[in-house]
Design a protein around this ligand. Structure first.
Ligand code: ZN
Length: 245
């Protein structure tokens, strides 16, 4: 069984809780869809843990740290600058930036395509639940992969099936989506900054026939307090973790 996770965003307490959970489930491979850094207070520690993962992709926050923050709001842009300084000032900073630069934007294995955002624009494009009603957009996305496409980026978990809309995990029996022969885009949600009104960390396990959305409680206050203490990170980044928005 594989675990697929995304959008850790420097939230070490959430990542540790997720890793405890998935290793207790006989997961043999861990695949990460990017945005390990940005927003959160412990980007170095999260990158350190991710060095053990089987695949790590580049997200838009890694891209912004390496180049500059385009298309970011003020709060997110400030966090990018804070993260860049944090990564560079730490011992091993240079090595870490080289590692970030080398992260791929997509990965294909068997019938799966993995990207951070979308098959069309791997690091940048969002696929929001409401896009399920945009037949043209969905058709353009679905024609770019063979069977399964795993994404993150919106921080909203769920499954898009071809011609059949979007299902949030709470609409599924026991949070499980069982596939027959349909094509699907699966959003794995966010480990470190969920935005579907559930503050628990989110990730999925996948066995080839079904995907299970898993939610894991972690010490939200621990991460929020570190954000409040970090000059250069907006307080609201801590507040939102408590409500999952
Ligand atoms: Zn993100």
């Amino acid at each position: 069984m594989q675990a697929i996770l995304s959008d850790v965003h420097g939230n070490l307490a959430a990542l540790e809780a997720v890793l405890d959970d998935l290793y207790a489930r006989k997961v043999t491979r861990v695949l990460c869809l990017g945005d390990l850094v940005g927003y959160g207070p412990q980007p170095v520690e999260c990158l350190e843990l991710a060095s053990k993962f089987d695949i790590v992709l580049k997200g838009n926050h890694e891209e912004a740290v390496l180049t500059e923050a385009v298309d970011f709001n003020i709060r997110a842009g400030m966090a990018v600058n804070w993260t860049r300084e944090r990564l560079a000032s730490d011992p091993g900073g240079e090595k870490r930036m080289i590692l970030l630069r080398g992260l791929p934007e997509q990965h294909v294995e068997e019938d799966k395509l993995l990207v951070h955002g979308s098959p069309r624009e791997p690091t940048r494009e969002y696929i929001f639940p409401g896009d399920a009603r945009d037949a043209q957009k969905m058709a353009a996305l679905f024609e770019r992969f063979e069977r399964f496409c795993f994404v993150g980026h919106t921080h909203v978990p769920g499954v898009f099936t071809e011609g059949d809309g979007f299902a949030h995990p709470t609409e599924l029996l026991k949070n499980i989506f069982l596939f027959e022969d349909e094509k699907a885009i699966i959003n794995v949600g966010s480990v470190g900054q969920p935005r579907d009104n559930d503050p628990r960390a989110c990730y999925v396990t996948f066995d080839g026939d079904s995907v299970v959305f898993r939610r894991v409680k972690y010490d939200v206050d621990k991460t929020a307090d570190l954000i409040y203490k970090s000059e250069g990170l907006a307080k609201s980044l801590g507040d939102r973790l408590k409500v999952g928005k």
